[in-house]
Ligand binder design. Structure first.
Ligand SMILES: Cc1cc2nc3c(=O)[nH]c(=O)nc-3n(C[C@H](O)[C@H](O)[C@H](O)COP(=O)(O)OP(=O)(O)OC[C@H]3O[C@@H](n4cnc5c(N)ncnc54)[C@H](O)[C@@H]3O)c2cc1C
Length: 320
């Protein structure tokens, strides 16, 4: 069976959920071969094996952490040349998309970014994308070279599928460009205890209707009752009510959770661009004519300061 390379997103050996989702999709096309790079790469093997990786290629050179993306591109290319895969799957994070694009250029392949589904086809994998504020769903197949495809988080279930997961060291020779951009410092973000916005299964977002930073506690309380991440519209972050790192939309983060709850957000096209692929969308808005209601699965016309606390209370009660 053909092998499919899966680029592993991990933090010091802890594999992030979107990579496990990629393994589910990779198994539809062939046998997943994982590529894990940087500090802790070897520690990823057990969980990758549990989810279907037949082999885990690892490299832990200091260059991966000390420089920006090029060493990782060199390594992924080395894996590509060693495996001759049927496809290369990469999570749709900002860094991984850059790595995927550079690999595609180097090996002369077509690339599809931000796929939301993947199936095998007679002439290669077929990727589904949701485009133009979810107005169109497209299905595409790469016709040149080995398909390189990036997939959005929450596009597939995480499924246990035990496989050998044999760890093999990956030999990498870094090119001259690899050490061109050095990381000079790193400051870990303060942890909120909530899931990462782009990976969360549930996102609760607030907009201009939240009307002040102090009121975001209402949004946070609902998020915490659901184990969700907190998002915000650009209007809310520009007003200084919530950090820019939580902005959802065209110029913010792209999220694709199972459930997206928008409170006091009108549904401007630039906001929709970042959340349109969410599986179930709920909006709470006091204006029945707000454009967000064109997009939702469930809409509540009402004042968020009445609706959201009641929802939080009900969820908390039901959780017992
Ligand atoms: C180039 C460009 C890029 C952009 N990128 C982004 C982006 O990435 N993300 C983004 O979000 N925007 C982006 N925008 C801005 C976008 O066009 C909108 O201005 C913004 O999304 C509006 O935010 P909002 O929905 O919170 O505010 P508004 O449009 O002002 O809507 C507020 C809503 O809250 C409702 N409301 C008010 N009070 C209550 C209440 N008490 N209870 C319930 N509902 C209430 C109102 O009825 C209204 O519908 C971009 C714009 C441009 C030009």
């Amino acid at each position: 069976m053909a092998e499919v390379l899966v680029y592993v997103d991990h933090v010091d050996g802890a594999v992030r959920k979107p990579t496990l989702e990629l393994l589910t999709l990779a198994r539809r096309i062939g046998e997943p071969v994982a590529v894990a790079l940087g500090p802790g790469a070897g520690d990823t093997a057990a969980v990758l094996a549990e989810h279907g990786a037949v082999r885990v290629l690892t490299a832990e050179a200091p260059e991966f952490a000390d420089y920006l993306v090029v060493p990782k591109v060199d390594a992924l290319q080395a894996a590509y040349e060693a495996v001759t895969p049927a496809a290369v799957l990469v999570p749709s994070s900002a860094e991984a998309k850059e790595i995927a694009a550079r690999l595609a250029v180097r090996v002369g392949s077509g690339i599809i970014t931000d796929a939301i589904d993947l199936e095998s086809g007679d002439e290669g994998p077929v990727a589904t994308q949701s485009v133009f504020a979810a107005a169109f769903t497209t299905r595409s197949r790469i016709t040149r070279g080995t398909p390189v495809i990036t997939v959005k988080p929450n596009s597939a279930p995480v499924e246990p599928a035990p496989a050998a997961g044999a760890v093999e060291p990956l030999a990498v020779t870094f090119g001259a460009a690899a050490t061109g951009t050095k990381v000079v410092s790193r400051t870990p973000r303060e942890s909120s205890g909530r899931p990462e916005l782009t990976e969360a299964a549930i996102v609760v977002s607030g907009g201009r209707g939240v009307n002040g930073s102090e009121n975001f506690s209402v949004i946070e309380a609902l998020a915490d009752s659901l184990g969700a991440a907190v998002g915000a519209s650009r209007a809310a972050v520009d007003a200084g009510w919530y950090p820019h790192s939580h902005q959802v939309g065209q110029t913010g983060k792209s999220v694709s959770p199972q459930l997206y709850i928008a409170s006091g957000i009108s549904g401007a096209i630039q906001h929709r661009a970042g959340m349109q692929t969410s599986k179930t969308i709920v909006a709470i808005n006091k204006d029945a004519e707000a454009p967000i209601f064109d997009l939702v699965d469930y809409g509540v016309v009402g004042d968020l300061f009445q609706v959201v606390p009641q929802l939080t209370e009900e969820i908390t009660t039901r959780k017992g």
